[in-house]
Each structure stands twice: as C-alpha cells, then as structure tokens.
Design a protein around this ligand. Structure first.
Ligand SMILES: [Zn+2]
Length: 488
C-alpha cells in the first residue's frame, strides 16, 4: 500500500489489556497460583465450581488493582460490586466468570505515552476491573481435548483504554507503558509471551479530518508486543483496502496469523455474545475507604519515567542510558545498589558502572534469558570491579577476563585478583625492562619499524602485554615503548 494512501486515512485504536496479578493465591479461594504444577493440582471445590461453595475476595487482588488505578490517575469507586458473566465452555466449570460490569472499581483515568519526538500524549483509561481467569483446554492429544483447571480462578485485571491511539506505534508505546507500570508496581510480571499480559484491540479507520469513527473490528491473538504492532498495521491496511475498493468494513473478530503477518476473520459463532450479566449474589460489595486509599498510595514506588529523569539529573548519565537502565525495575535497583557500594562515587565511576550493566550484564541477561538477580552477580562486587579499574589496580582487559568469574561466586573481585596475582604492573623500571626485552627479541620488526613501517608499534605493545599476561598498564607501556624505540 502506498504511503499516500495510508496518509489519506487515520486509524483509531483502543486496547483491552488483561494482566495476571502476582498474588500467591487465586482470586476467590486459597489455591496456589504457582505456574507449572501438575494439571488440576491447584484446585478446590470453590474454583471447581461445586454447588454450595462460596467465594471470598483475595485482599491482594483489591490492593493491586487500586495501585494500578492510582498509578493511572483513575477515580476509585467507593463501592463496587461483582457480576457474573455467563457462558458455557468446557474449561469454565461454574458456567460463568466472576467479573465486574456496571461498576468497575477504577474508571476515568489516563496515562501518558512518550511519542517518537519525545513529547507526551495522554491516552484515556475508560475502566479497570477485577475478574477471574478460566481454565485451559489442551488440544495436543490427537482426537481428545484435555482440561486443566489450575488457571481457573487466577486473578486478572482488565484495563480498557479510550479509542485514543492513532497509529500502531502509539499502541505499541501504550502497551510498553502499561508493562512498565505493572512491573514497577510489582503486581504483574508483564510477560506477554507467557500470557501474563494479553491484549485485544478495537480498530477502525476514517478519512483524515473526519469526525465520525469508522466501523471497527476486534483483533485478537497477538501474543507479543511486536505482533500487536504487526497485527494492527495489517488490519489497518486491510480496512483501507476495503474502503478504497468501495466495499464495507463489517463488525467482526479478526485473528492475527503471526506466520503470514495478516489478520483473518474468526470462523466460530462466538460473535453472538450475550453474557447475561447479573450481580454476583455470593460476594459482598467492595468498599474502599479514604484511609485504605492513602495506605495503598504510600506503596506506589517512583515509576519508570520519573526514575529515568532522576538518573539523568542525579547521576549525570545520558538520557538514553537512563532509559535503558530503568526499563526494568530490578536492573535499575541493581544499578543504584552498586552506586551505593562504590568507594569513589565520581561521575566517571558511575558512568563506568552504567556501561558495565548496559554491556556485559545485559548481554548475559539476554543470552541466558535470565533476570538480573538470576545471574548471581552481587551489586557490591560490580562496584568493587569498577573501583579496581578506576584506581588502576587492574586494567580493563583483566576486568573483562575476571567478570564471568563474579557470577555465582562468593569471592569478591579483590580476592580473585589477589589469588591469581593479577594486580596491574605499574612499576616503571620493571616495565621498562620488559619493553627493552621485547625490542631485543624482535630485530626484524625493529628494522622494519625504523624503515618507516610505524604500524608495527602496535605489535611491540601487544608483545609487551603478552609478556606481562595482560597485567601491564597499557598507557605506561605506550609511553615507555615510544621512548625505547626511539633510543633503539
Ligand atoms: Zn481453589
């Protein structure tokens, strides 16, 4: 599709995001939410929907959703009720999901997403409500379908945005902002690939300048941040194509096929939703007092954008670096803990720390697909390594060599350096002797060097570093080598 054609239309996008809460137990019973238990192990009469059992609200689900509501500038309803969303499905033993309908606990909020040019754009939050997850049907066993109810009753919050996004880029920025907020609040692990964050989109297009929204479709089945963007782009182009050919967009649910990169209509009859919502008679209304709100408000930490800006002003690191370091809360925490352990808290040392984390540490995290805490690296050890480089006890080269040994090791860098005799050689006379020795052993190269092949200087330096097993101070070797080559 030509850029001119895309420019002629304006996409209108709203997102519905489900986030799985990091509570220890389920939403309305005390079963564990732990992932990976054997099938149907984490179940009880309540989440299996046995007659006569009664649900009880998990206090942490309430706490977590109120945190999210406050962090996204929502009104928190003083009194909200639960509702039954009725439908039949084999993995839904009760025949309904407990959700909230007319009185979502959080409503009318907004969050700000950063656009490509760095400016902020407000995206309205229509509502955030609590609900429970359904179980899981497993179709991998030939003709048979198996049902695992470990997930039945796991607590979710659903965050519904206003149709305020005007491009797939904005939708992507909105989603990453949601991820950042829920992980900073400690209420969800934000992992879209594993299903802790799920996203559906409402998409329509209209001629630029038009006021009336076009006919929307719903897009589902997008299981990564990148796929959300791809799915939206493909759906936007499909709708523009229809309109340009004089056809009509019809209201339907589209599934994204990640392999082909296109959306296609869902074939089932699930369209005809009538959930027959009615108030849940087994649960009391939820009351939120001002005192409770104040208490939860005090639990909300500094969020990513504020922290990034503080890193720039407090630690004098570039905004880009601060953005990378604060993208993940645990990494930002690690960075700040390391700074506390530095002996010399100079701008130079802090920048060196930041470089180490953005380089070696993050490379390992992505190679091993591990969080920073799972690497087994201590923040005080990384700080000590930087201190040792800064006071010239070891060279950068040696630091790089021993870095892997810091992982899961109780020895500090200082201990490792001492045990292996890796202290940098900064004794001028002994270095000068080595330099002379290297020159004496390479008469051919010396002749060529003297004959004008100055690039051989690097060779002499390299030989000296090799002779000292990398322990020589490179700056000293450079200047001594210059002196000695001139004399030779
Ligand atoms: Zn249960």
């Amino acid at each position: 599709m030509t850029p001119e054609l895309l420019q002629k239309y304006e996409p209108v996008i709203g997102l519905e995001v489900h986030a799985q809460m990091l509570t220890k137990s389920k939403a309305f019973c005390s079963c564990s939410t732990e992932f990976g238990a054997s099938p149907n192990h984490n179940t009880c009469p309540v989440c299996l929907g046995h007659p006569g059992t009664l649900p009880v609200l998990n206090e942490n689900l309430l706490r977590f959703i109120v945190r999210m509501g406050l962090a996204t500038n929502c009104e928190i309803r003083e009194r909200s009720i639960f509702a039954r969303k009725n439908y039949f499905y084999p993995d839904l033993p009760k025949g309904y999901q407990i959700s909230q309908y007319e009185t979502p606990i959080c409503h009318d909020g907004f969050l700000e997403v950063e656009q490509k040019d760095g400016t902020l754009k407000k995206i309205g939050i229509t509502r955030i409500h609590m609900e429970e997850d359904a179980g899981k049907s497993i179709h991998d066993f030939g003709a048979e379908t198996l049902v695992d109810l470990n997930r039945a009753g796991v607590p979710l919050i659903e965050i519904v945005s206003e149709p305020d996004m005007r491009s797939s880029d904005e939708a992507y920025a909105y989603l990453t902002t949601i991820k950042s907020i829920v992980t900073y609040l400690g209420i969800c692990d934000g992992n879209m690939e594993e299903g802790s964050l799920r996203c559906d989109a409402n998409v329509s297009v209209r001629l630029r300048g038009a006021e009336k929204f076009g006919q929307k479709t719903e897009v589902k089945n997008m299981n990564s941040f990148r796929n959300v963007q791809r799915a939206l782009e493909s759906e936007i182009e499909r709708q523009i194509g229809l309109i340009e050919r004089g056809e009509k967009v019809i209201h339907e649910t589209m599934l994204f096929d990640a392999n082909k990169g296109v959306t296609r209509p869902m074939r089932t009859k699930e369209e005809a939703h009538d959930y027959r919502y009615f108030p849940e008679p087994d649960l009391l209304p939820v009351t939120v007092t001002t005192k409770y709100l104040d208490e939860v408000r005090s639990e909300i930490p500094e969020l990513q954008r504020a922290r990034r800006d503080r890193f720039v002003s407090e630690y004098k690191i570039p905004s880009y670096d601060a953005g990378v370091l604060t993208a993940d809360k645990a990494t930002a925490d690690f960075f700040e803990k390391s700074i506390l352990s530095l002996v010399k808290k100079s701008d130079e040392s802090i920048k060196a720390l930041s470089n180490y984390i953005m380089g070696d540490v993050m490379r390992l995290m992505s190679e091993r697909k591990q969080t920073i805490s799972a690497l087994g690296l201590q923040p005080n050890h990384l700080a000590e390594l930087v201190d040792l480089i800064q006071d010239k006890t070891i060279s950068n080269k040696i630091a790089k060599d021993i870095f892997p040994d810091l992982l899961g090791n109780s020895d500090s860098p200082k201990q490792i350096v001492e045990k292996r005799g890796l202290v940098q050689v900064t004794d001028t006379e002994s270095l000068r002797a080595t330099v002379r020795d290297v020159i004496a052993k390479n008469p051919n190269q010396l002749a060529q060097y003297k004959g004008g092949k100055v690039a051989l200087f690097g060779y002499f330096v390299g030989q000296t570093m090799k002779a000292t097993q990398g322990k020589a101070n490179p700056e000293m070797v450079n200047s001594l080598m210059k002196e000695e080559l001139e004399k030779a």
